[in-house]
Design a protein around this ligand. Structure first.
Ligand SMILES: [Fe+2]
Ligand SMILES: [Fe+2]
Length: 182
């Protein structure tokens, strides 16, 4: 399957979970289950999307504006998600933050599926889009198995210039701190 269809499938899944969440009553305990499901779907999707799709675009096209805007929106959405998780853990009012997350992601998905997908279609052949799709499935599976993020390096490494990403990955995998391995 081409990368676009795979990403779209994930978007539909997360959007459906968010719609279910915002339609719950504030005192419905099922919101905790949905927030966990949203985090489990969204984080691996975003990391794999950045690594495989965004970074491939950045590596081959000098026009990086849309992709960098996409990264920024990932960071913003995940900030709202972390707040939502914290509100849930402390039994505080969660509904307004869930609505905020839904609005942020609805906006991001519309832009991604129009602007970034269009850029992908300009750059990649159908065959290449299939290969990127395969890489996305493989990487997302690994991220799911490791439980989302191995450490905080995973969150920032995709924002680095392509020449530094491998160095950061090696550093991250080594589990060392300080300057060793960088
Ligand atoms: Fe996406
Ligand atoms: Fe995205």
């Amino acid at each position: 399957m081409q990368i676009y269809d795979l990403l779209k499938q994930d978007h539909e899944e997360v959007k459906a979970l968010l719609t279910e969440l915002v339609n719950l009553a504030e005192d419905d305990d099922y919101h905790s289950v949905l927030i966990d499901q949203i985090a489990s779907a969204l984080i691996p999707h975003s990391r794999a999307e950045e690594s495989v799709f965004y970074n491939t675009i950045r590596a081959v096209d000098s026009d990086t504006g849309e992709v960098m805007h996409g990264y920024k929106e990932h960071i913003e959405a995940e900030g709202i998600l972390r707040t939502l998780q914290a509100l849930d853990k402390t039994d505080m009012s969660w509904k307004a933050t869930a609505v905020k997350l839904k609005e942020a992601l609805d906006h991001h998905v519309v832009e991604e599926e129009s602007k970034i997908f269009a850029q992908g279609h300009r750059i990649f052949t159908a065959e290449e889009a299939e290969s990127i799709g395969e890489a996305f499935v493989e990487l997302k599976g690994k991220i799911v198995l490791q439980g989302g993020l191995a450490n905080t390096f995973e969150l920032v490494k995709n924002l680095m210039p392509p020449r530094l990403i491998n160095k950061l990955s090696n550093f991250s995998a080594s589990g060392r701190s300080g300057s060793a391995g960088v």
